[in-house]
Design a protein. Structure first.
Length: 160
């Protein structure tokens, strides 16, 4: 199942990128990498990303700014963003939630915590996608029934 899931990891520290991507590849996830916010936004243009692990403190465009941009774009607004950060200040964490982040992983992180949080958000995405698909199917079925009923009323009452 994980081989169909792509996670974008964004961090300006190459060692962090290496560690996180190695861990996630162990679980079968496909990984896309970016060293800064601008590159992350470019990766999102050409790739279907299911989850983003985003460093908060980066030069140039920081993680909060990147998340804010993502949540303003219809194509990326539904992608869950988990912040990776050394910041533990409550005000900073709350800022991340305000711009659209859904979770935090504090650095240095534990492998098991990374797996648990990533798995939780991937499961949420899969459920959301399934519900969206079923809702679209229900709407198509309803529309078909409505058209059929409308066509039947024309047969029954030719004056309509």
């Amino acid at each position: 199942m994980n081989e169909n899931v792509t996670i974008l990891v964004v961090d300006d520290d190459r060692e962090n990128l290496k560690v996180v991507s190695t861990y996630l590849k162990e679980k079968g996830y496909k990984i896309a990498l970016a060293l800064d916010g601008e590159k992350a936004l470019k990766v999102l243009v050409d790739n279907k990303i299911d989850l983003i692990l985003l460093d908060v403190m980066m030069p140039g465009m920081d993680g909060l700014e990147v998340c804010n941009v993502l949540k303003e774009q219809p194509e990326t607004m539904e992608i869950h963003v988990i912040f990776l950060t050394a910041k533990t200040d409550t005000d900073e964490i709350v800022k991340g939630f305000h711009v659209g982040g859904v979770d935090y992983i504090n650095k240095p992180f534990k492998k098991e915590e990374l797996f648990a949080r990533v798995n939780t958000h991937i499961q949420l995405k899969l459920v959301r996608d399934m519900l969206k698909k079923r809702m679209e199917e229900s709407i198509r079925s309803r529309d078909l029934i409505m058209r059929t009923m409308f066509d039947l009323t024309k047969v029954i009452d030719p004056n309509n």
